[in-house]
Ligand binder design. Sequence first.
Ligand SMILES: Nc1ncnc2c1ncn2[C@@H]1O[C@H](COP(=O)(O)OP(=O)(O)OP(=O)(O)O)[C@@H](O)[C@H]1O
Ligand SMILES: [Mg+2]
Length: 459
Amino acid sequence: MGIRFFYSAGDKDKSSEDRKEWKKREEAACIIVAIDFGTTSSGYAFSFTDDPEAIHMMRRWEGGDPGVANQKSPTCLLLTPDLRFHSFGFAARDSYHDLDPEEARHWLYFDKFKMKIHSTSDLTMVTELESVSGQRVRAIEVFAHALRFFREHALKEMKDQSSSLLQRDEVRWVITVPAVWRQPAKQFMREAAYLAGLVSPDSHEQLLIALEPEAASIYCRKLRLHQLIDLSQRPITNSLDQDGSRPFDSSDKYMVADCGGGTVDLTVHQIEQGQGTLKELYKASGGPYGAVGVDLAFEAMLCRIFGTDFIKTFKAKRPAAWVDLTIAFEARKRTAAPGRVAALNISLPFSFIDFYKRHCGHSVETALRRSKVNIVKWSSQGMLRLTTEAMNELFQPTINNIIRHIGKTQLNIQDANDSAGERREIRAAMQFGDTEIKVTAVDVATGRQMRASIDFLSM
Ligand SMILES: Nc1ncnc2c1ncn2[C@@H]1O[C@H](COP(=O)(O)OP(=O)(O)OP(=O)(O)O)[C@@H](O)[C@H]1O
Ligand SMILES: [Mg+2]
């Protein structure tokens, strides 16, 4: 049968005419730059059309957090009080962090803003986004600032690599978006790219809005089998084990689950005989069940302990300290695992402890003691101790959403070798960031129909 499950990141929503046109332009072009605009982190890669297999990843970013791999840059944007671009990524986060608290209230800092485009039902070019300290700006401006940053960064890097100066027309741009995004959201991204000067509306075919899980699938297709099997804790027990070094071929059907910060996106593809192109077995699908749900659950937990009003005021008055707290949580979140028994400590910024005392008249320790949330404790070293139960509570709603969604996935795969009523079980493993999450795929062949479901945690 050959269905496999992979974790990955990032392609096409075009008619075949558009694709032909794109191909023609691609051949004439020199460079293709693809931007992976993520909810939590973003990056880009480029290749030259005379050597398309050589993919150049963007240079490693400056900065980064202890304990967190930084192949991408955080999707964070900082604007000055008069709404000019200041910085993006680690630089934005660090500059914001270093601002004087009073001054920081006038600066505009945006993070985790991508999914607003999906969740806004009446999305228009005047839809607004709110900065951490509460100021509102047109969302299209925020996206355009970020894309302009990528444009400049990529062009500079390419100029450094190639001595002949780039002509604007020589670059073709790709921006990946989640499979679940509807047309208005895709159009919004396109308009933001025009505003950022990636391409002009007159040459719209120089920009491709592609689907993230399809790009991920194309990437996986290029891998050799053993590279995929390496992702598993246990070897996959079928004939592919013996020739793991061979590339994919036309007998292979595979599913890619891209578990991101904002969305979980799925694709099921088969490699077509002869030309080696991909056949879509199911329409790319997904939903807004990404890992930022865990961050939101953490914020809700803080509200239950310290009060919603306090958290709101703290974010507005000490926005940089709030960002510090989210960074501290992020690093600890990545070490959480289903089998972990020890509690996780999260440092509370001094500014939080101090501001709470002044604002509420008693200490955070007292707040924790009085709180009904008894799965979070206070450590004498000034840290919040999140017990295993607390961590489970933060992850559970997001995991339930993923299970509910993926449980709906139904695969109707025609496979002459499947005999009716035969039941087979395939065990695989899947990565979710750095954490291994067990996946059990059970395929029940009833005639020509097969169902597959993924259980993210053995609970
Ligand atoms: N080990 C881990 N355990 C839990 N969560 C993790 C782990 N590693 C990464 N994450 C979470 O995954 C998210 C980042 O994943 P990724 O970089 O694929 O998202 P993205 O590309 O920014 O989002 P999207 O593609 O959905 O817009 C973050 O929310 C991060 O906290
Ligand atoms: Mg992503």
